[in-house]
Design a protein around this ligand. Structure first.
Ligand SMILES: *Cc1c(COP(=O)(O)O)cnc(C)c1O
Length: 354
């Protein structure tokens, strides 16, 4: 892939590393590439970060034909810049694309685009502990057409946002609201795809949970509202009686890269890992008979997010003693060690950006 580069003539001032937050600050450059039916993906370019000019009739605004990904670049302890399993994001892009009738994006284009734009803006990767450069690749349908059909033109864009430490003072457990009215996805739908529509549909439940003082929603299956699926933007794990249990991928759950890494890591440690259906009743029973040892979410943003409290209908269950579980902490340390180059990488997950 040949990438043309236009550098900004007015670089922005770098932000204060102590107040980065998430997703509010953007770097000097972005990657763009177009797709035209008959021609394929073309005109790969890095340009100054800028607004897009598009017709109000562009299809993405009306029927939501779009996808996104999320990964991070880390400033390594050794001064190198690392990505974590970007090939998995490239693969997932095409699983999403296929579901949404977006043309396939060659995996190597995805990885090359991410590496190229991160490399140009590498001075933007924050260095403070726990900080990183969040990478947001996305594809939008751009045909000027109000008919319902797959678009014939698209844009693939990669933007970058320096992001703060997810945990300012250690891994603090969060409260989770088990949603029993709204659902996020159904089998045969697009729950496994990383696309905006899955987030639009989740907002009402999230607002409900927030109004009640809970930080995240745990979604149940869309048919019986009985089996556990996942949390907002994270997959969910339970440690019950020494076993690590996570809902199996069934088409309505997003196949997280952190989820997969946690499973591979736990298996390599000799832990029992089960990917299967788990009902909310089983969870409540485990909580009541004292075998529910740990609950944690997994995702690129937080890596591991310990859960200290679960609410279901009128009951609230506390997990452990309100501090992070032993296994949760061990997984967090192992993955962040690989990501930042302070630990060996036996699986080959770390990818250097030259
Ligand atoms: C992105 C995402 C996740 C986590 O995936 P990672 O690859 O681990 O970051 C989980 N659930 C949903 C709905 C997501 O969009």
């Amino acid at each position: 892939m040949n990438i043309s580069i236009t550098k900004t003539t007015s670089p922005k001032a770098k932000p204060d590393q102590n107040n980065l937050g998430f997703g509010k600050i953007f770097t000097d450059h972005m990657f763009m590439m177009d797709y035209t039916e008959g021609q394929g993906w073309h005109d790969a370019r890095i340009v100054p970060y800028q607004n897009l000019s598009m017709a109000p009739s562009a299809m993405v605004f009306h029927y939501g034909q779009e996808m996104f990904e999320g990964l991070k670049a880390y400033n390594g302890a050794d001064g190198k810049v690392y990505l974590f399993r970007p090939d998995m994001n490239a693969k997932r892009t095409n699983a999403t694309n296929e579901r949404l009738c977006i043309p396939e994006l060659p995996e190597e284009y995805f990885v090359e685009a991410v590496k190229a734009v991160v490399s140009i803006d590498r001075d933007w990767i924050p260095t403070a502990s726990g900080t990183s450069l969040y990478i947001r690749p996305f594809i939008i349908a751009t045909d000027e057409f109000l008919g319902v059909a797959p678009s014939k033109t698209y844009k693939f864009i990669v933007i970058l946002s320096p992001s703060g430490a997810y945990y300012k003072s250690g891994l603090a457990p969060v409260g989770i609201w088990i949603e029993d009215e709204y659902v996020r996805a159904v089998r045969g739908g697009m729950g496994f795809a990383k696309t905006g529509g899955n987030y639009a549909v989740s907002l009402a439940g999230q607002v409900k949970a927030h109004n009640d003082g809970y930080s995240q929603v745990l979604w149940l299956d869309g048919v019986e509202r009985k089996y556990i699926e996942e949390v907002g933007a994270m997959n969910i794990f339970f440690k019950i009686n020494g076993k690590i249990i996570t809902p199996m991928l069934n088409g309505s759950i997003l196949p997280g890269i952190t989820r997969r890494s946690v499973i591979e890591l736990c298996k390599s440690w000799g832990l029992d890992v089960e990917e299967r259906k788990i009902s909310v009743d089983e969870l409540i029973e485990a909580s009541q008979n004292g075998t529910l040892e740990e609950v944690f979410g997994t995702g690129t943003a937080a890596v591991i997010s310990p859960v200290g409290k679960l609410r279901y209908k009128d009951d609230v269950f506390t997990i452990g003693d309100g501090s992070i579980g032993e296994t949760s902490q061990k997984i967090y340390d192992a993955i962040t060690g690989i990501q930042t180059g302070t630990a060996p990488d036996p699986f080959g997950w770390r990818v250097e950006v030259e």
